[in-house]
Write a protein that binds this ligand. Structure first.
Ligand code: ATP
Length: 222
């Protein structure tokens, strides 16, 4: 089986995330894509506005009707910061014999050299980097972050970057959907509509829980 891992803060999950996962699932013939909401995202400048449980709930609501999508709460169960290397190690062990693909947008990939134990990630799984509006729609050897670049070479046969350990880094162009979670939070804070930016179930959940609208004790806003 081919299994995609799609990590994120998902604060909240939106159509940009969902369409990206669906296009990658199809393009790489993945049997399933597992959404993995971070409990404590180590790389965000600000910590999430909502609790880990609220974000997990929204991801579950948004993905429930796609049989190719699953949700994992592994980063919620693990104490401390949600480092991708720990999550990848967990799935490599759990799904022994299956091929693991780690999915991320180009904006996240550009920061990958600051990730914990990043060099340990490459031998463990295939990487799929997607385009994202505002972050570019190509990836060349020269634009791979300097600290990790030397481990890769371009492989014209597979049109991917081959890592010295034999795994591949694929870049895939997806439909431009210029939506960000920060824009959604900002809209809600200003009392604006988020209809057609997120699935209806997610919109209803944010309404019911009053998410992102008012300053809540213990959580920073937008
Ligand atoms: P924020 O605006 O709060 O920074 P975000 O919209 O970037 O949030 P994240 O949860 O941080 O959402 O993103 C998770 C993953 O999804 C990242 O790899 C990111 O690159 C990717 N992603 C997010 N939005 C899009 C989009 N509109 N198109 C393609 N990829 C996206």
């Amino acid at each position: 089986m081919r299994i995609g891992l799609f990590g994120g803060t998902f604060d909240p999950i939106h159509w940009g995330h969902l369409r990206s996962a669906e296009e990658v699932r199809e393009a790489f013939s993945l049997d399933r894509v597992i959404f993995i909401p971070a409990s404590i995202p180590p790389h965000k400048k600000r910590q999430p506005t909502t609790s880990a449980n609220e974000r997990l709930r929204m991801v579950r609501l948004a993905t429930a009707r796609n049989p190719g999508f699953e949700v994992s709460d592994i980063e919620h169960k693990r104490p401390g910061k949600s480092f991708s290397i720990d999550t990848i190690r967990y799935f490599v062990q759990k799904e022994r014999g299956h091929k693991i693909y780690f999915i991320l947008g180009l904006d996240a990939f550009r920061d990958i050299d600051s990730w914990k134990d990043v060099q340990a990630i490459f031998p463990l799984c295939q990487l799929i980097v997607t385009s994202r509006p505002g972050s570019g729609d190509t990836l060349s050897l020269e634009t791979i972050p300097v600290a990790v670049r030397s481990g890769f070479c371009y492989d014209p046969r597979t049109k991917s970057f081959r890592h010295m350990n034999g795994t591949h880094l694929y870049f895939t162009r997806i439909t431009d959907i210029n939506i960000s979670a920060s824009e959604i939070r900002s809209r809600l804070k200003r009392g604006k509509s988020i209809r057609y930016l997120v699935p209806r179930e997610v919109e209803a959940y944010t309404e019911k829980q009053g998410l992102y609208r008012v300053q809540r004790r213990g959580w920073s806003q937008v």
